[in-house]
Design a binder for this molecule. Structure first.
Ligand code: TXA
Ligand code: MG
Length: 486
């Protein structure tokens, strides 16, 4: 559905935000009520009552930095104290302390090759709940479990788990599990470590809060050395959504995380702090001594693919979210392993609803939104070079343009501010820049609108990142395409 009136659009956004807040608090109070009955430990109960501090996000000048954390910051569970995030470096002692913190059920935000994650002990339901609370994320939106080795994920998926005693001993079911096991092995062997998240039916050891009660668990093995070292140091699987407030732009820098979660009890790994200490650091530049600590170089979240087999024995691998691994990459992988006779690869169509009950990755169309109202400029408008009215010029003078491949370059002089994700139209550069640029648009003084060009992309294009960028911009604008700057 396209809404072309700004006024209507703003009102719709306000109403949705209000409904989301109500829904969010009802859900969490229901969860807290059940926690009251289920938990025996008094301290757990008190921790469960810690609600997010505030919706307003700002960077605290009092943020402490810690290059070598020495002790946990967990405060007394009985007092609702002010929580302040801490930056830590990525040296080995820091990551060891951060790993210990994860084991204790506390939160650590860390960089991956895609975006920053907000990590916790994946098998500790209490810790997972803290992530939902810190992000203000609805419990209907499941989390990804991060592991270093495929064997750890295979053990969390039903079809490949070693605890097969509880499985049905039906011959057809066995054949399906076997095929699913093979495809999970094939995908993990080909794409891991890297930006592919695989969703499959879960074994009984996975806490249902991570899966939002769907019975399916998502796993991924990040390739970034800091993420891998943290997983190693914690010696547990780490559940980690992107480290932003729910619905806001995903973070690709430690400062982005601080902006969103600065008031939460979280440690944030910031490789830029490394210059202040002389320990071994885990980042992409260990071998070339480059001082720029590259994190989140892919820039958009992992591709999410769901594996399932129906009762007729037909297997599906469905792309739920576009990332750096394409549908064609997955098809080639299963062809290579002779599994394309059982599995079809398909892409899920984007949902147009803004319904938080919709349990699919980032599938609510409003997602990744900057806090300035954003719109997509229809391709007809920018291709036709239509004459601009006085009203449009006036509006553009208070607007930010985030361009791609120079499509809106003619507006550069009229607009308040202008940036191109990649002037030469390079999709990997655009992906690497997109979230930082969306956050930049929020900082442009007196900007009241952001415009992106509509990207017209062929259905069968083999460029995963252009689809990912298009998807993120579409969601940032809540799917609203306009023909006029009014
Ligand atoms: O690149 C990434 O995937 C980053 C980094 C930190 O690893 N993580 C990330 O997490 O983007 P998050 O929670 O922001 O997005 C994961 C998406 C969610 O929208 C969720 O709906 C989907 O994956 N997801 C997780 N578990 C799922 C499940 N069991 N079934 C379907 N979708 C699932
Ligand atoms: Mg996210």
């Amino acid at each position: 559905m396209y809404i072309t009136s700004n006024h209507q659009h703003k009102r719709a956004r306000r109403q949705k935000k209000f409904l989301h807040s109500i829904f969010y608090y009802i859900q969490h109070y229901m969860l807290l009520f059940s926690t009251f009955h289920n938990l025996t430990s008094k301290s757990s109960l008190c921790r469960a009552f810690t609600l997010p501090n505030t919706k307003s996000q700002f960077r605290k000048s009092a943020i402490m930095t810690l290059s070598q954390p020495s002790s946990s910051t967990s405060s007394s569970p009985h007092i609702a104290t002010q929580k302040v995030a801490k930056l830590i470096s990525s040296c080995t002692p820091s990551l060891q302390s951060a790993g210990e913190r994860i084991r204790q059920g506390l939160l650590v935000s860390f960089p991956t090759e895609t975006v920053y994650g907000l990590g916790c002990h994946a098998l500790d339901a209490n810790a997972v709940q803290k992530v939902f609370l810190a992000k203000e994320r609805p419990l209907t939106d499941p989390l990804i479990v991060h592991v270093n080795h495929a064997s750890s994920a295979l053990d969390l998926w039903y079809a490949s788990s070693s605890s097969s005693s509880s499985k049905i001993t039906d011959a057809d079911a066995d054949a399906n599990d076997n095929a699913e096991h093979k495809v999970l092995q094939s995908l993990t062997a080909t794409f891991w470590p890297g930006p592919l998240t695989i969703v499959a039916k879960a074994s009984s050891k996975v806490p249902s809060i991570i899966m939002a009660n769907t019975g399916f668990v998502a796993c991924r093995s990040p390739s970034h050395p800091i993420a891998r070292k943290l997983i190693e140091c914690s010696s547990v699987p780490i559940a980690a959504p992107s480290a932003n407030k729910f619905g806001h732009v995903s973070p690709t820098k430690a400062m982005h995380v601080l902006d969103d979660l600065g008031m939460e009890d979280v440690w944030i790994v910031d490789p830029d702090l490394n210059q202040n200490d002389h320990h071994e650091h885990y980042n992409n530049n260990n071998n070339n001594n480059n001082k720029n600590n590259v994190v989140c170089d892919v820039g958009v979240e992992s591709t999410v693919a769901k594996v399932e087999i129906n009762q007729e024995g037909i297997g599906f691998i469905t792309i739920l979210r576009h990332g750096a691994v394409s549908q064609q990459d997955i098809l080639k992988c299963i062809q290579k392993d002779g599994l394309d006779t059982v599995f079809q690869v398909q892409s899920k169509q984007q949902s147009t609803g803004d319904d938080v009950n919709n349990v699919a990755p980032g599938q609510t169309i409003k997602h990744y939104s900057p806090n300035v109202t954003s719109f997509i400029v229809s391709h007809e408008r920018y291709e036709n070079g239509e004459v601009m009215s006085e009203e449009e010029r006036y509006n553009l003078a208070n607007s930010v343009i985030i361009d791609f491949g120079g499509r809106l370059e003619s507006l550069k002089e009229i607009a308040l501010a202008y940036r191109d994700l990649s002037a030469e139209g390079d999709s990997s550069k655009a992906a690497a820049n997109v979230f930082d640029t969306l956050r930049w648009s929020e900082t442009v003084e007196s900007a009241n609108r952001v415009y992106f060009p509509e990207l017209v992309v062929e259905d069968d294009i083999d460029d995963a990142l252009i689809l990912a960028v298009k998807d993120r911009l579409t969601r940032a604008a809540s799917g609203v395409v306009v023909k006029k700057f009014t």
